[in-house]
Design a protein around this ligand. Structure first.
Ligand SMILES: Nc1ncnc2c1ncn2[C@@H]1O[C@H](COP(=O)(O)OP(=O)(O)OP(=O)(O)O)[C@@H](O)[C@H]1O
Length: 251
């Protein structure tokens, strides 16, 4: 199974150092890892650095991957939608990128399966430019998945989705990671999503890694006070699930 380790990762834009000393050895395939932290902490920059879209110090160690340079895929936060392509064409194009134009039956079956799982079959013949923000986000997830990444970096993939679809998408990603062995890193602002769907969590603040490990060990009142500047606690709900309750901003 694929695994990613980060060794002393840094990144800069021009003279501004954005990230430094990011290190972890526990990003395993088969589950979801949340990457959390305040606005401008450096989460997207970390993803771009892991995906090789930004140069910088440190090393991304990838083990167990079979698809070479295409193993890691970054799904950005803002996905443009102005191309004059239908949803289906755009997903087919994504599936065929980097390979020949011959389309095999199993590829079409794979696309249908993803469209169904994300409940967007009815959008197949709509043009990308006429989709809503949430619809575009679902299509972007489909485009990322049909390329069968072994490591998928999803930058706030549920930010435009309604409550039902947020839960559907995260539960689907959890199942997909478990069955395919893919490692999925998800930048999230909703910490309840991290608590519910992500086995591990990494906390980034001011370009530094502040904590990392099993989600329940990482999302603590002390971390929330320190990093997010809120007084908050994690309690068990009546169904036994951990729920984050924010009481106030920290003094
Ligand atoms: N292309 C760029 N050029 C210069 N500075 C940039 C660029 N992209 C991001 N930055 C800066 O890098 C810092 C980290 O940004 P980044 O997008 O990685 O944060 P983030 O944690 O993903 O934030 P958010 O939660 O708000 O999406 C910010 O101060 C941002 O202004």
């Amino acid at each position: 199974m694929v695994a990613v380790a980060l060794e002393d990762i840094g990144a800069s834009y021009g003279k501004h150092t954005i990230l430094s000393g990011i290190a972890t050895d526990f990003l395993q395939g088969g589950s979801l890892t949340a990457v959390i932290g305040p606005n401008a902490a450096g989460k997207s920059t970390l993803f771009k650095r892991i995906a090789g879209l930004l140069a910088g110090p440190g090393t991304v160690h990838l083990t167990g991957a079979t698809s070479g340079k295409d193993a890691i895929r970054y799904m950005p936060q803002d996905t443009g939608g102005n191309a004059v392509l239908t949803v289906y064409e755009s997903i087919l194009l994504a599936a065929k990128q980097g390979s020949g134009w011959r389309v095999r039956d199993e590829e079409l079956i794979g696309i249908d399966e993803i469209l169904r799982a994300l409940d967007i079959q009815s959008l197949s013949f709509r043009e990308l430019g006429e989709l809503s923000g949430g619809q575009r986000q679902l299509v972007a997830i489909a485009q990322a998945l049909v390329r069968k990444p072994e490591v998928l970096l999803m930058d706030e993939p549920t930010s435009a989705l309604d409550l039902y679809r947020q839960i559907e998408v995260l539960a689907f990603m959890q199942r997909r990671a478990a069955t395919s062995g893919m490692a999925v890193l998800i930048a999230l602002h909703d910490l309840n999503h991290a608590l519910r769907y992500c086995d591990q969590t990494i906390v980034i603040a001011n370009g530094r890694m502040r904590a990392g490990g099993p989600t329940a060990d990482v999302i603590t009142p002390a971390m929330l006070r320190d990093v997010y500047r809120v007084e908050a606690r994690v309690e068990q709900c009546s169904r036994g699930r951990p729920v984050l309750i924010v009481d106030s901003t920290a003094a």
